[in-house]
Design a protein around this ligand. Structure first.
Ligand code: FA5
Length: 340
């Protein structure tokens, strides 16, 4: 009687295991037949009521059924596990033999490129490259350059004032004074660097931009000498004919003073936002150093004289590469920077 119950149970359990379509339904079948409170376990409990000789026979049979069902369960579970692993491997497949993407090399910023070209040009002519602080004393930025506190020229450069009588330098010209103080005469220096003005930003004006100061002090320096270096500088950068104009310009630290403008290379002359529709871009103010400035730098104006210029380096870069908006230069946009 118990034997027939057992064999009927075995075929039901085998059918359930066989029919299980998911790991969950397989587990349900296992719990139902093989679990601690499952059908086989409850038959095992009833065995105690059997006479001893029958108990041994049924015990053997129970074990055989149990082993057979367990092995059917194990192989079905192994099939589910393999299918799950296969689909995971297919989804996470990675071709480790593919070549790595590699490091994309960076490039120098166009300002750095032009600055280096100009440093090469001027050092080949015996000029030293010097540096000065970006947080400058009011005296070096203005007073020593013949711009006293009451002079209206101070208003021409919208200044960021810092506590304690300091300013963010509005131009590279204070380096003229520092170089004279340090080296005396004769002197040939350039000083590239960052300058700051509280400006309304537009296509050709930034609040933070670059200039390159130049200064030569010797005996009997003339405007002809100055023009020679200005022309050479432009030829070195543009390697082609560019149209320039020289007009009088007022800067308290030079006398006479000039503005050297370049015909706008973005529009070629008719006018655009970069040249403010004028066809010309202010690039290279210059002049002969004012005697008061030589004196402020500790140089005797009766013995020495010289020229100075303050190249708008950022604008020069714009002209050289036909960049139509100054804001591209500090944008950090790699699509822009990778062109250089
Ligand atoms: C000066 O800063 C004088 N220190 C130049 C100088 C030096 C004159 C030595 C004589 C002797 P200015 O303010 O014009 O001058 O500026 C010089 C150049 O900097 C301009 O011609 C222009 O090319 C550039 N520049 C001026 N303001 C800006 C700005 N906001 N953004 C970009 N470039 C500017």
């Amino acid at each position: 009687m118990i034997e027939s119950t057992l064999s009927e149970l075995e075929s039901r359990a085998a059918a359930s295991i066989d029919a299980a379509a998911t790991p969950d339904s397989l587990e349900t079948a296992r719990v139902e037949f093989l679990g601690r409170k499952g059908a086989l376990a409850s038959i095992g409990k009833d065995m105690g009521k059997l006479p001893p000789e029958q108990r041994a026979v049924v015990g053997k049979m129970l074990n055989a059924v149990k082993q057979s069902l367990e092995s059917q369960f194990d192989s079905k579970k192994a099939a589910f596990d393999k299918a799950a692993l296969d689909s995971r491997l297919a989804a996470e497949w990675l071709d480790v033999t593919r070549p790595a993407p590699g490091v994309r090399p960076g490039s120098l910023h166009p300002l750095t490129l032009i600055q280096r070209e100009l440093e090469d040009y001027f050092t080949s002519l015996g000029f030293a490259v010097v540096d000065g602080p970006e947080v400058e004393t009011e005296w070096h930025n203005f007073d020593a350059l013949n711009i006293p506190a009451t002079h209206p020229a101070r208003d021409a450069q919208d200044t960021f004032w810092v506590e304690g009588g300091h300013v963010l330098r509005t131009h590279t010209s204070p380096v003229q004074v520092r170089a004279m103080e340090k080296f005396g005469a004769p002197l040939r220096i350039i000083a590239p660097g960052r300058v700051f003005r509280n400006e309304e930003v537009d296509a050709s004006h930034e609040h933070t931009f670059y200039q390159l100061e130049g200064m030569m002090i010797d005996r009997d320096v003339s405007i002809a000498h100055m023009l020679y270096f200005m022309k050479g500088l432009l030829e070195a950068i543009f390697s082609r004919e560019v149209t320039v104009r020289l007009r009088p310009g007022f800067f308290p630290f030079v006398e006479p003073g000039f503005e050297l403008d370049i015909q706008c290379l973005i529009c070629g002359g008719p006018g655009c936002p970069v040249c403010k529709q004028s066809g010309w871009v202010e690039l290279l103010p210059c002049g002969l150093v004012h005697p008061n400035v030589l004196r402020a730098g500790g140089i005797d104006p009766d013995q020495w004289n010289g020229f100075a210029f303050g190249l708008g380096l950022t604008r020069l870069v714009m002209m050289r590469y036909a960049i139509d908006d100054i804001r591209h230069l500090a944008s950090g946009d790699l699509r822009f920077l990778r062109q250089f």
